[in-house]
Design a protein around this ligand. Structure first.
Ligand code: SF4
Length: 173
């Protein structure tokens, strides 16, 4: 069994020519024919080049993997227990959700404490990030959790001012 994805996806607006007969090792059609207009990712990238790197329509989407991983969380069942209490008194008036401490220090040399054990993933340099930044950042601040900044936000900001390797201004940041 192969976990390789075929060379076609709605994400890249591509298709295999022989949709019902595909080599699962390469993801190509069982018969790759001379003269095919190249609807698959391999064919399309040959003449559309760098356009095929990004899922489409670029700039207004967020993306996820289509790959079938051999193990995911749906294969696990976590059986909890309602007996006893850990880290708090065995008292149903005290062992309640608001009294659970989920704080987590992060960082190696200079720790900061997150109120909840998660980080909002890095938003990149697209319109999705700039449109949603205020709401996400406000929510993160109110919840006390870190929010990562995409590595290329400033690089893609047309209004950014960078002098001697330092960011002076970046309205999209
Ligand atoms: S280029 Fe080859 S593999 Fe791609 S769609 Fe055409 S026939 Fe199939």
């Amino acid at each position: 069994m192969s976990f390789t994805k075929i060379n076609a996806s709605a994400a890249t607006l591509s298709k295999n020519r022989t949709e019902d007969s595909i080599s699962h090792i390469s993801g190509m059609c069982a018969t790759c024919v001379d003269g095919c207009i190249g609807m698959c990712e391999i064919g399309k990238s040959a003449y559309r080049g760098a356009e095929m790197i990004y899922p489409q329509p670029f700039g207004i989407i967020t993306t996820a993997s289509e790959k079938d991983y051999p193990v995911d969380y749906s294969h696990l069942t976590i059986l909890g227990t309602a007996i006893g209490a850990h880290g708090i008194e065995e008292d149903s008036d005290k062992a309640i959700f608001p009294n659970v401490n989920l704080e987590r220090p992060i960082g190696r040399e200079r720790e900061i404490t997150a109120s909840l054990p998660f980080v909002i993933a890095a938003m990149g340099s697209t319109k999705v990030a700039s449109i949603n930044w205020d709401g996400l950042a406000t929510g993160a601040a109110l919840s006390g959790v870190p929010m990562a900044i995409g590595e290329n936000v400033v690089g893609m900001d047309m209004q950014a001012e960078i002098r001697k390797g330092r960011v002076l201004k970046s309205p999209e940041l």
